[in-house]
Design a protein around this ligand. Structure first.
Ligand SMILES: Cc1ncc(COP(=O)(O)O)c(C=O)c1O
Length: 284
């Protein structure tokens, strides 16, 4: 089955897909993206991802693009690849123009997509739980827009890997715990879940939103409020959430064990509920 790409209306094998060197995404990071995954051939929370894509485009003052065209391209890629568990990456840049910080009038957005099988989190990591380091959040103050400017995220992830850990958690200069490098973060303390509120400092994760609704339905006590690193270290359970991450337990942070240092029951339960929902093909 082929990995495919879509570039401004055309479908092709991924290795044939090219963008012009003066694409503003390439030169200025002037672009937004989405990543959507399918379960048994059904795209999970598709409309929510497309809502966020449109919101990101509005956030950067891009001209709107027809949602039905984007959807048609997504469905065509999914059909042609035939992957039951596909990851679709969508990137929209402002377009191509001779390099200039000022934005050329009339510039047309450039839409690219790729489809590949989802690179799953290893089952052993899910079972044992992940380790993380905290890093100071040096990103810009519009992290609520899903832009392709991911250098701070990428460097933080690499720092975690270089120190023998699985991921990094962004913490503000004042010590507020924000999110992972490609995930949101929840803690469980005395049976109550807490996650950072939706502000300009975190991405409004689709999985985060799904989990808030799942908790509501399951009568789990959950709040969106700020907490610091001491609260993080003292939590009974910590987990990361994201489209690929799903629900990933974190059992060690900055060398300290979280709770008993093993995957906790609430994390397991929420993972099971999320998977059930995704496999049933329902939006949460
Ligand atoms: C910084 C950041 N936070 C959170 C998330 C989780 O978002 P979602 O659940 O929509 O995949 C991502 C996903 O890419 C991310 O990059």
């Amino acid at each position: 089955m082929p990995d495919l790409a879509y570039v401004n209306g055309e479908f092709m094998p991924i290795e044939k897909a090219m963008v012009p060197i003066e694409d503003r995404g390439y030169q200025f990071g002037d672009g937004v993206y989405e990543f959507i995954a399918s379960y048994e051939g059904r795209l999970f929370m598709l409309e929510e991802h497309l809502d966020r894509l449109e919101r990101s485009m509005r956030g950067l003052a891009f001209d709107p693009i027809s949602r039905s065209e984007i959807k048609a391209a997504i469905f065509e890629l999914a059909k042609c690849s035939g992957y039951p568990r596909a990851g679709i990456y969508i990137q929209i840049s402002r377009g191509t123009a001779p390099r200039n910080h000022a934005i050329s009038p009339g510039i047309l957005p450039q839409v690219i997509m790729t489809i590949r099988p989802v690179k799953e989190i290893p089952a052993e990591l899910r079972e044992k739980g992940a380790s993380a380091i905290t890093v100071q959040d040096t990103r810009w103050d519009r992290c609520d827009i899903k832009t392709i400017q991911l250098l701070a995220n990428s460097l933080a992830k690499q720092k975690a890997l270089d120190s023998g850990c699985d991921d990094a958690i962004f913490v503000s200069a004042q010590g507020v715990v924000r999110e992972g490098t490609s995930s949101n973060l929840f803690i469980v303390s005395d049976g109550r879940l807490t996650t950072h509120p939706l502000t300009n400092n975190i991405l409004p994760g689709i999985t985060r939103a799904a989990i808030l609704r799942i908790c509501e339905k399951a009568n789990l006590d959950v709040e969106e409020s700020f907490f610091d690193t001491e609260t993080l270290y003292r939590a009974d359970e910590v987990f990361l959430t994201g489209t690929v991450t799903e629900v990933l337990p974190v059992v060690r942070i900055d060398g300290k064990s979280i709770g008993d240092g093993i995957v906790g029951p609430t994390t397991r339960r929420i993972y099971d509920l999320l998977r059930k929902q995704a496999l049933a093909g329902e939006s949460a």
